[in-house]
Design a protein around this ligand. Structure first.
Ligand SMILES: NC(=O)c1ccc[n+]([C@@H]2O[C@H](COP(=O)([O-])OP(=O)(O)OC[C@H]3O[C@@H](n4cnc5c(N)ncnc54)[C@H](O)[C@@H]3O)[C@@H](O)[C@H]2O)c1
Length: 239
C-alpha cells in the first residue's frame, strides 16, 4: 500500500492569504509543489515569491467573487481563511451582519463560484472554523455565530457536493499567534493569561503548525474525510 500525501501540481486558492494563517498555508502548499493563488482585500505586505499569484477581492462582494470564479480556469482546492473580528462592536446588528457576511456567507459565495471547477477536478474545500465554533464567545458574538455556522455549512456542503465528487472539511484552530490575535496577546492580559494556563503546552500555537493539516486535507490521503471539522488547538478543547 502506498499512501498519497501529495498536492504537487494542484491549483490551490487561499483567501486571507495576506494574513497569518493564510500566508503560512500559501508557503506550505508552494513548498509541496502546488500552484497557489492568494486572495485578500489587503495587498501583500512584501514582494511575492516567484510563482505565487495574488487577486485583490473583497469576499463580501457577490459579484467580485463570482467574477473571480469566472476568470479562473482550473482549481483543485479552495481554502477560506479570510476573516476578522470586531469584538464588542459585534453587538451592533450592522457589524454582526458584516462579520457573518465575511466568514459564513463568504464561504457560500466561494463554494458557488468554484463548484464547477472543483467538480471538474474532483477537488475539495477547506473552511476555517474556530474554538468559538464550540464555546461561547461573549467577546465576539458575530465571530462565534459565524464560526459555529461554518461547521453546519461544512456538513451541508459535504452532502450537497458529494455527488460532484467534492469533499468539504473544516479546521478549527485554537489560539494562533497572528495579526488577528495580537490584540488578545497585547491588550487583554487577563484573557491571555487564561488562554495560556488552559493550554497543556502552555504556549500559543503558530500558523505553520496548522499548515500540515491543510495539506493533508487537500491530499488523496484524506479521501475518507468529508463534512468534518477537525480541532487543531494544541489541546485547548480537552482541558
Ligand atoms: N489566529 C487565531 O487564533 C485563529 C483561531 C481560529 C480561527 N482563526 C481564523 O483563521 C482565519 C485566518 O485568521 P488569521 O489569524 O490568519 O488572521 P489575519 O488577520 O492574519 O488574516 C486574515 C486575513 O483576512 C483578510 N480579510 C479580511 N476581510 C476580508 C475581506 N472582506 N475580503 C478578503 N479578505 C479579507 C485580511 O486582510 C487578512 O489578510 C480567519 O478565518 C480566522 O477567523 C484564527
Amino acid at each position: 500500500m502506498c499512501i498519497d500525501f501529495s498536492v504537487r501540481g494542484k491549483h490551490v486558492l487561499i483567501t486571507g492569504g495576506t494574513g497569518g494563517i493564510g500566508g503560512a498555508f500559501a508557503e506550505a502548499f508552494m513548498a509541496a509543489g502546488a500552484h497557489v493563488t492568494i486572495v485578500d482585500i489587503a495587498p501583500p505586505r512584501s514582494e511575492l515569491p516567484a510563482g505565487l499569484k495574488f487577486e485583490q477581492v473583497d469576499l463580501c462582494d457577490d459579484d467580485a467573487v463570482a467574477a473571480l470564479g469566472a476568470r479562473t480556469a482550473r482549481m483543485d482546492v479552495v481554502i477560506h481563511c479570510a476573516g476578522r473580528a470586531a469584538l464588542d462592536q459585534e453587538y451592533s446588528p450592522i457589524v454582526f451582519n458584516q462579520i457573518v457576511n465575511l466568514h459564513l456567507t463568504g464561504a457560500l459565495r466561494l463554494a458557488n463560484a468554484f463548484r464547477p471547477h472543483l467538480k471538474a477536478s474532483k477537488g475539495c474545500i477547506i473552511h476555517i472554523a474556530s474554538m468559538t465554533s464550540y464555546f461561547a464567545a461573549p467577546y465576539a458574538p458575530a465571530y462565534g455565530a459565524a464560526k459555529t455556522g461554518i461547521m453546519s455549512l461544512t456538513r451541508t456542503l459535504a452532502v450537497e457536493f458529494a455527488g460532484d465528487g467534492i469533499r468539504v472539511n473544516a479546521i478549527a484552530p485554537g489560539w494562533i499567534d497572528t495579526p488577528l490575535t495580537k490584540v488578545v496577546q497585547h491588550d487583554m492580559p487577563e484573557m491571555n493569561r487564561q488562554i495560556v494556563e488552559r493550554l497543556p503546552f502552555g504556549r500559543w500555537n503558530t500558523p505553520d503548525e496548522l499548515a500540515g493539516l491543510a495539506v493533508f486535507l487537500a491530499s488523496p490521503a484524506s479521501s475518507i474525510l468529508t463534512g468534518v471539522t477537525i480541532a487543531a488547538d494544541g489541546g485547548y478543547s480537552i482541558t
